[in-house]
Each structure stands twice: as structure tokens, then as C-alpha cells.
Design a binder for this molecule. Structure first.
Ligand SMILES: [Zn+2]
Ligand SMILES: [Zn+2]
Length: 354
């Protein structure tokens, strides 16, 4: 340990003994804003004063206990937390006090398994997830593992950085996994927090975009972001409409309904790729074997993104290549915000201010 390490302050003066956070106590109840006591940091952990924290559909599924693997209440949701490092636990060298960091879904991984060392840390079996298996960003403070936060570059607004931390990186990775190349037709199913970013990343990769949604306002947003074609799935069959464009080279399934996944599958041209991203509470869809074989279809799952992916996402944003559509609300309105997302009353992303 060098002299500078010894001298470096490990805690900012202002970290309080308790702070407010939105807590899930029961899957059937609304969240409550509680005073949460400050816990001592373990080796490798940091305390972050949260500036902004996005509301992802995953947080809503977590709060409802919708999925086969459930979180254990009480817990604090949130995996789009962005804030300032205000306390360093023992042995932290990766970040310094005062730095702005993002705290993504992949809150911790082992760092040594085959997945971790081959650039697939998102598949690590030892992983811990912010806002799910460990407390997340819906609070005035959050605890994170220094190795798994990502620094937010200068010049990025924390309220933009928050949605990029899940919605951004997840769709960025999905476009990478899809293998989009110049002139490919990319069908984006679901224009919300994720979809509005997917439309932009597909174009950055050189793709041309057809966007599908049930709401005209969302399709208008898709066109503003560069989608050349839009399909309202309430008015016409998206699979047929996209087939008329020649069929999609890749379809990105971002809407939380198995029917939408089936439409995305049906929209593909021969040799096309369907990327599963959304996680509907209803877990199954019908996938025809015969057509999948004869048409040479690829179906692939894509789960969030790595720290490297998130750094690239931030770099693109800092370079002015992406726009984040979001609205800021106080964390105290977390339940109303969840209602609005579930009712489709939100243009893209809600970001909480604690
Ligand atoms: Zn998310
Ligand atoms: Zn691992």
C-alpha cells in the first residue's frame, strides 16, 4: 500500500446514519418509503449518493414477484442507479470518492469463472443483481461493488446516464447479439424505455428500422428517432406488414407479451434472427420447429450487457450519437410511476430523483 492510499479519505463527511429508500415488503403490496439504516461496507463495496435512478419493467416484475426466481423481501429495487461515490469500503481501488458511477443490473460477478474470463460476466452463476438479489438504486444512497460499477464520463447528465445503465446497454447488447450489418432491416417490437434506444443502436450499426407498437404516440416517437417504417399492431398484423417490406433480418423482442414474440418471429425473412430481450410474466410462446428449420432461423436470448458494453454506450452518448427520452419524478411517487408504466402512459423512461 502506498502513502497516497493511506492518506486517501475513505468516507465523505456527509453520509448519514440512515437514508430513505423505496422498499418492497410483500409482492402483493405497494412499495413504502422507509428509513433504512446505513450498514457497514464489506471489502470491495462502495456507498453511492444516488442522483438519478431509472424505472425499468424488471423493477416492476421484481416488486410483483412475477418470475420463476424471486427476490426476497424486504428489498430495494432499481438497477439504473447513478450517483456520486461517497464512501469506500476496505480494499477498494477501482473508484475514488467524488466520482460519478452507474450501478447496473450486474451488481457483482465472481471474476474468475469461464464466463467471467471470456467476456460473458453477465452469465456468471455467482452473480448478484442490483435491485433483485442485492438492494438497488431506489434510495438516497445505495451500496455497490466497486468492480462492477461503471464510471460515467464527464458531460453526461445523470438523468440520461440512468436509462442508459439498463435500457441503453441491454438494447445495445441485443443489437450486437443480433449481428446487425449495414442495410439490414431491423424490426423493433415495443417502443418504450428499451425500444427507443434499440431504434438508435440499430441505426448506429447500419440497420434500417421498422418499429412496432400498440400506441400511435410511441410510433411517432420511433419515427422521430429514425425508424423508417412503423406498424401499429392493433391495426394490422405486424408479421404481414414486415414481410411486405421483405422480412426482417433481425427482430428484437422488447414487449412483455408472448404474442408479440410470436409476431416478431413471424416477421423474419429466411436466415433471420429473433432476439429475446423482454421477460413477460407469462413465460412461454409457440415456436414452430418446421419453419425454424426450413427457414434457417436463429433464436437467441440476450441479457443486459457487460461493463465494456456500458462503457461503449456512455461513449456513444457523450459523442452525441444517442438521445434519451425520459421524465424525472420524485422517488416518493414510485407507486404512481409503476401504475403509469403498466398502463402505457409513459413515453419512454421515468427516472427518479431521490
Ligand atoms: Zn432493466
Ligand atoms: Zn463468474
Amino acid at each position: 500500500m502506498s502513502a497516497t492510499d493511506v492518506e486517501r479519505p475513505r468516507v465523505a463527511m456527509r453520509v448519514p446514519k440512515a437514508y430513505r429508500a423505496a422498499v418492497v415488503h410483500d409482492f402483493k403490496d405497494r412499495l413504502t418509503i422507509d428509513e433504512v439504516p446505513r450498514q457497514p461496507l464489506e471489502p470491495g463495496q462502495i456507498r453511492v449518493r444516488v442522483e438519478a435512478s431509472g424505472l425499468c419493467h424488471t423493477d416492476i416484475h421484481a416488486a410483483h414477484g412475477d418470475w420463476p426466481v424471486k427476490p426476497a423481501p424486504p428489498f430495494v429495487p432499481g438497477h439504473e442507479g447513478v450517483g456520486i461515490v461517497e464512501e469506500l469500503g476496505p480494499a477498494v481501488t477501482e473508484v475514488a470518492l467524488g466520482e460519478r458511477v452507474a450501478m447496473p443490473w450486474l451488481g457483482y460477478a465472481c471474476g474468475t469463472c469461464d464466463y467471467c474470463v471470456s467476456g460473458w460476466e453477465t452469465l456468471c452463476l455467482e452473480q448478484k443483481n442490483m435491485g433483485y438479489s442485492i438492494d438497488g438504486g431506489f434510495g438516497e444512497y445505495a451500496t455497490a461493488y466497486a468492480r462492477y460499477v461503471v464510471k460515467v464520463p464527464e458531460g453526461i447528465d445523470p438523468f440520461d446516464a440512468a436509462p442508459l445503465t439498463c435500457a441503453g446497454v441491454t438494447t445495445y447488447k441485443a443489437i450486437k447479439v443480433a449481428g446487425t450489418r449495414p442495410s439490414d432491416l431491423v424490426a423493433v417490437f415495443g417502443v418504450g424505455g428499451l425500444g427507443h434506444m434499440a431504434i438508435q443502436y440499430a441505426q448506429i450499426a447500419g440497420g434500417r428500422v421498422v418499429a412496432v407498437d400498440l400506441l400511435d404516440e410511441k410510433l411517432e416517437l420511433a419515427r422521430e428517432l429514425g425508424a423508417e417504417w412503423t406498424v401499429n399492431a392493433r391495426e394490422e398484423d405486424p408479421a404481414e406488414a414486415i414481410k411486405q417490406l421483405g422480412g426482417a433480418d433481425q427482430a428484437i423482442a422488447l414487449a412483455v407479451s408472448p404474442a408479440s414474440f410470436e409476431q416478431a418471429y413471424g416477421s423474419l425473412r429466411r436466415g433471420g434472427t429473433l432476439v429475446f430481450v423482454a421477460l413477460p410474466a407469462e413465460n412461454h410462446m409457440t415456436l414452430p420447429i418446421f419453419e425454424t428449420v426450413l427457414n434457417g432461423i436463429t433464436v437467441v436470448g440476450s441479457i443486459v450487457g457487460t461493463r465494456t458494453d456500458l462503457r461503449e454506450v456512455f461513449d456513444l452518448h457523450a459523442a452525441g450519437k444517442t438521445h434519451v427520452i425520459r421524465e424525472v419524478r420524485p422517488l416518493a411517487e414510485v407507486n404512481e410511476a409503476i401504475d403509469d408504466v403498466e398502463a402505457g402512459r409513459v413515453a419512454a423512461r421515468i427516472v427518479f430523483e431521490p
